[in-house]
Write a protein that binds this ligand. Structure first.
Ligand SMILES: Cc1cc2nc3c(=O)[nH]c(=O)nc-3n(C[C@H](O)[C@H](O)[C@H](O)COP(=O)(O)OP(=O)(O)OC[C@H]3O[C@@H](n4cnc5c(N)ncnc54)[C@H](O)[C@@H]3O)c2cc1C
Length: 395
C-alpha cells in the first residue's frame, strides 16, 4: 500500500476516472472537446433556436479531418480508433449538442458501419473514404411511419426486375436524410430483409425534411420517399440477410449513446454547479443550502457512475466481450439518468433554466429524442427483462 497522499478532490472528476485513460485516449478527448468548443459552442443556441444546422457540410468535413467519422472502423480512410476513444468523442460531441453527436453516430455507426461490415469491396471503396473525410454524408433508413420499435413489419420493399432491383416505400425520422449523398435503406425482399446502398440522386428518391421538432433542433431529420427507385444488382449489401443486419448497426450506435448521454448530463451539471456557487438568495449562494447540495451530490453520483459504466462497456467492446444486452443496460441507464440530471439542473437554475442562455433545457429536450431512438426505454427494459427471466415479453 502506498503511503503517499491521494491527489486532491476534483469536482470535475470526483472518482478520478481520468486515471483510467491512456494518453492517446485523453488526446482524442481533448481534440474533440476543443473542436466542439471552437466550432459548435459559440453558435449552438442560435442554431437550436432557428431549428437548423447551417454549414452542416463544412462541419462534416471538419469532423472528418479530426478523424471523428467512422472513427472505430479500420481502413478506407477511417481512424481505426478503439471503442473507448470513440466513446470519449461521443461524450464530448454530445456535451456540445446531441444533434452534433447524432450526425456523427449516424454517419459512422450506422451508415458507414453497415457498408464496412456488410458491403462489397466495391461499395466500400466507393463510399467509405468519402464518408470518412466528410465529403459524403450518409443516412440510415430503418424506421417507417407505421413501424418503429417493431421493424419486422416494414413495408418498404425491393423486387428484382431483370438484373436490377426496384425499391419502393417510405422511411420516417431519418437523421441526415435531406443532406445525405448516400442512404443505407432496409427493405423487405423475397429473400428476407436486405440493405441497399442508395445514391440519393437516383431518380425516384427524395428526402423531404421534417420540420417543427421540439427536440434535436440542430439536426437534420427527414422522411425518405422511394418511388420505384431502380438500382443495379450490386446495390444490395451482399453480406447480410435479415434484421440482424440493421440491429447489429444499431448496437454499435447505441454504444456511442451510452457515452454521449453523459456528455449532455455533464454539460447540464456543470451549468448547475456554476450557477449554484454564484446565485445568491436569502443572503447566500444557493449552493450553500442543503437541499441544493443534495441535488448536486445525487447528480454527481449518477453522472460519474454513468461515465464509469460507459468506460466499462467500452473496455468490453475493445476486448470483443460486449453483449447487446449490456449495451441495452448502458443505454437505458445512462439516457434515463442524463434526462434526470438535466431536469434537476433546470430546477437549480430557476427561471434561467428555461433560457437558451444556458444549455440545460436544450439538452433536456434533445434527450427526449435520445430516449426514443436507437430503441426506446421500454424496448431496452424488454431486452433486459428477457435476458433476466428467459421470457420474451415483446409481443
Ligand atoms: C430525432 C430522431 C431521429 C431519428 N433518426 C433515425 C434514423 O436516422 N434512422 C431510423 O431508422 N430511425 C430514426 N429514428 C426513429 C426511431 O428509431 C424511432 O422513433 C424509434 O424506434 C421508436 O419508434 P416509433 O417512434 O415508431 O415509436 P413506437 O414503436 O410506435 O412506440 C411508441 C411507444 O410504444 C412503446 N412500445 C412499442 N412496443 C411496445 C411493447 N412491445 N411493449 C411496451 N411498449 C411498447 C414504445 O416503447 C414507445 O413508448 C429517429 C427518431 C427521432 C425522434
Amino acid at each position: 500500500m502506498s503511503s503517499s497522499a491521494p491527489p486532491p478532490f476534483d469536482p470535475a472528476d470526483p472518482l478520478g476516472l481520468d486515471d483510467l485513460l491512456a494518453p492517446e485516449e485523453k488526446a482524442v478527448r481533448d481534440t474533440v472537446r476543443s473542436w466542439a468548443a471552437d466550432r459548435v459552442m459559440p453558435h449552438i443556441a442560435e442554431w437550436y433556436e432557428r431549428g437548423e444546422l447551417p454549414g452542416i457540410r463544412e462541419l462534416a468535413r471538419e469532423l472528418g479531418s479530426i478523424g471523428a467519422l467512422g472513427m472505430s472502423l479500420e481502413g478506407y480512410g477511417c481512424a481505426g480508433a478503439s471503442a473507448v476513444q470513440y466513446g470519449l468523442a461521443c461524450l464530448e460531441l454530445e456535451a456540445a449538442d446531441s444533434g452534433i453527436r447524432s450526425l456523427v453516430s449516424v454517419q459512422g455507426s450506422l451508415a458507414m458501419y453497415a457498408i464496412h461490415r456488410y458491403g462489397s469491396e466495391e461499395q466500400k471503396q466507393r463510399w467509405l473514404p468519402r464518408m470518412a473525410s466528410g465529403e459524403a454524408i450518409g443516412c440510415f433508413g430503418l424506421t417507417e411511419p407505421d413501424h418503429g420499435s417493431d421493424p419486422a413489419g416494414m413495408r418498404t420493399h425491393a423486387k428484382r426486375d431483370g438484373g436490377d432491383w426496384v425499391l419502393s416505400g417510405r422511411k420516417m425520422w431519418i437523421t441526415n436524410g435531406s443532406v445525405a449523398s448516400v442512404a443505407v435503406v432496409w427493405a423487405r425482399t423475397d429473400e428476407g430483409v436486405r440493405g441497399f446502398v442508395v445514391p440519393t440522386d437516383t431518380p425516384g428518391f427524395s428526402a423531404p425534411e421534417i420540420r417543427h421538432k421540439w427536440s434535436l433542433r440542430a439536426s437534420v431529420t427527414s422522411e425518405l420517399v422511394m418511388d420505384g427507385v431502380r438500382l443495379p444488382a450490386d446495390a444490395v449489401l451482399p453480406e447480410v440477410t435479415g434484421l440482424r443486419g440493421p440491429l447489429s448497426c444499431l448496437n454499435h450506435a447505441r454504444y456511442g449513446i451510452v457515452w454521449g448521454a453523459m456528455g449532455a448530463a455533464r454539460s447540464s451539471f456543470e451549468a448547475a454547479l456554476g450557477y449554484a456557487r454564484t446565485r445568491e438568495q436569502f443572503g447566500r449562494p444557493i449552493g450553500g443550502f442543503q437541499l441544493t447540495q443534495a441535488k448536486l451530490a445525487d447528480m454527481a453520483l449518477e453522472l460519474h457512475k454513468g461515465i464509469l459504466l460507459a468506460h466499462h462497456l467500452g473496455r468490453r467492446m475493445d476486448a470483443g466481450r460486449l453483449r447487446p444486452e449490456q449495451v441495452s443496460f448502458g443505454k437505458l441507464n445512462n439516457v434515463r439518468e442524463a434526462i434526470e440530471i438535466c431536469r434537476t439542473s433546470r430546477t437549480i437554475l430557476g427561471a434561467n433554466g428555461i433560457s437558451l442562455e444556458y444549455p440545460v433545457m436544450r439538452h433536456a429536450t434533445n434527450l427526449e429524442s435520445v430516449l426514443t431512438y436507437e430503441g426506446t426505454v421500454e424496448m431496452h427494459q424488454l431486452v433486459l427483462g428477457k435476458a433476466l427471466t428467459g421470457v420474451d415479453a415483446f409481443r
